[in-house]
Design a protein around this ligand. Structure first.
Ligand code: NAP
Length: 231
């Protein structure tokens, strides 16, 4: 683990919602943060302006392998203590029989395939003893899937978890901490206005978990309190 003031993080998908607050919270805690967005300006730019060089911005469309490769090349020579893949989408609450093939493909590519492509493309930037984390959800837990609804989103997060387990097995010897994080139900565009949590409450708890787990090898699926989420 690097000295506290010298820690570096890359957060993918930080234009709004949980990713925006995550990038800002890490910078507030003295991490050097690179945060990605797909657009110019907005709240992430305002956050970068307020953090005086502690938070810098990169651009990437996570579903583009070419853009992931280009980002890796732009960051060549950097050393990360944390790679956090946050980006995902939700396309509403349709029963699976009403989901179009295009919608199924879009959500699976964005929420399951692309995060693992990003992790594979960028993992060499992460120092031994560093952390590779991906934003999952309790909705990806198969054993906790006891309420109707959100079939496609749940399936994509379950696929993400499974792919991360395969990744963890493949790279078991790399000395990196591997985490799937369930941030709880938050008021964001994805989480909706009636969610119980504000990202400003839940993300500091998530960062506590990231900091507490740093240096612990192997893969864990943890909630914002650091409790294990059952697969
Ligand atoms: N909110 C919840 O209650 C909740 C609960 C459990 C898990 N999660 C997970 O937490 C993460 C963040 O969710 P959120 O609630 O903060 O959602 P959000 O407000 O909708 O934000 C999603 C973020 O992902 C980015 N993104 C989406 N597709 C992308 C792509 N193809 N390439 C690059 N960036 C992309 C968005 O960028 P643009 O602004 O460019 O679209 C945005 O920054 C997701 O993984 C979500 O599944 C959320």
């Amino acid at each position: 683990m690097s000295p506290m003031s010298n820690r570096r993080a890359l957060v993918l998908g930080a234009s709004r919602g949980l990713g925006l607050v995550l990038a800002d919270e890490l910078a507030r805690r003295d991490w050097q943060v690179i945060a990605t967005t797909r657009r110019s300006g907005g709240e992430l730019q305002a956050s970068a302006d307020a953090r005086n060089g502690q938070l810098t911005i990169e651009h990437v469309e996570m579903t583009s392998p070419e853009q992931l490769t280009a980002l890796r090349e732009r960051l060549d020579g950097r050393r990360l203590d944390l790679l956090f893949v946050n980006a995902a989408i939700d396309r509403g609450n349709l029963p699976i029989g009403e989901v179009s093939t295009d919608m199924f493909t879009e959500v699976m590519i964005t929420n399951a395939l692309s995060p693992l492509r990003a992790v594979e493309a960028l993992r060499s930037l992460v120092a031994p003893g560093g952390t590779v984390a991906v934003m999952s959800s309790e909705q990806g837990s198969i054993s906790r899937n006891t309420e109707d609804g959100y079939d496609l989103y749940k399936a994509a997060k379950a696929a993400l978890n499974q792919l991360m387990r395969s990744y963890a097995t493949r790279h078991a010897g790399d000395g990196q901490t591997k985490l799937l994080i369930d941030p709880g139900h938050n008021r964001t565009r994805l989480g909706g206005p009636d969610a119980p949590l504000d990202p400003r409450e839940s993300i500091p708890a998530v960062v506590d978990v990231l900091e507490a787990q740093a240096g612990a090898p192997g893969l864990q699926f943890l909630d914002l309190h650091g409790e294990t989420v059952p697969w």
